[in-house]
Write a new protein. Structure first.
Length: 216
């Protein structure tokens, strides 16, 4: 099984702010206009290290360079598993189309909408499935899948907003996991980088962010 790099505890997200824009996976403007960096007003202790600043309206702003770095790490990690053993889930409305398109583009399996309890733990269920790794859109709304992944001992990659608890998430991708365009952008990047990690950095990826966006 691929190993997750040890988590790094940054005392301040501002340590990464002087990274050259050209080092990002996409132009900085793409992250900013999609709202990937816009978090919630509530902040969990475990997500404090990913916060760059607090806006005038009380919303916490995530460090996009850390998000970018962790998208790379997550994609590399996911690419190390057999495609059909990667499970991606979302009970959030705006996450359901992105996870389906991600699964189709990378060969993963998606459980969108309701996650049937026991899917990962009860062999008698018709929906029973044995993944090797789980990707959750939101550790809070995808709590059932997260709990079952922990019980069977598989690693969890999670898109985590500022208010999320990350205790059971092995690899955190700090991002707005509630916005329609933000989720489309993150899953588009993850899918593209998984494909490139498996097939080479120049591998074509014809899908666009719009292809991942849920309808309004």
């Amino acid at each position: 099984m691929p190993e997750i790099e040890a988590e790094e505890d940054h005392s301040s997200a501002s340590e990464t702010q002087d990274t050259e824009p050209g080092e990002l996976l996409v132009p900085e403007e793409t992250y900013l206009t999609s709202g990937v960096h816009i978090g919630t007003q509530q902040k969990s202790a475990s997500m404090r290290r990913f916060v760059f600043k607090v806006r005038f309206d009380g919303l916490h702003v995530l460090d996009i360079r850390e998000t970018d770095r962790r998208i790379r790490r997550a994609a590399k990690f996911l690419a190390g598993f057999p495609p059909e053993k990667v499970l991606v889930v979302s009970q959030r409305q705006y996450g359901q189309k992105p996870v389906r398109v991600f699964a189709k583009a990378t060969g993963a399996v998606s459980f969108a909408e309701r996650f049937v309890p026991g899917c990962l733990t009860n062999p008698n269920l018709e929906e029973y499935y044995e993944p090797k790794v789980l990707l959750v859109t939101d550790p809070a709304t995808d709590q059932q899948a997260l709990s079952e992944a922990v019980s069977i001992g598989i690693p969890v990659v999670g898109l985590c907003d500022v208010n999320n608890e990350t205790r059971h998430v092995d690899l955190v991708v700090p991002a707005n996991n509630k916005g329609r365009v933000a989720l489309a952008t993150v899953y588009w990047l993850l899918a593209r980088e998984v494909v490139r990690a498996r097939s080479g950095p120049e591998s074509p990826f014809p899908l666009t962010i719009e292809d991942f966006q849920a309808a309004l």
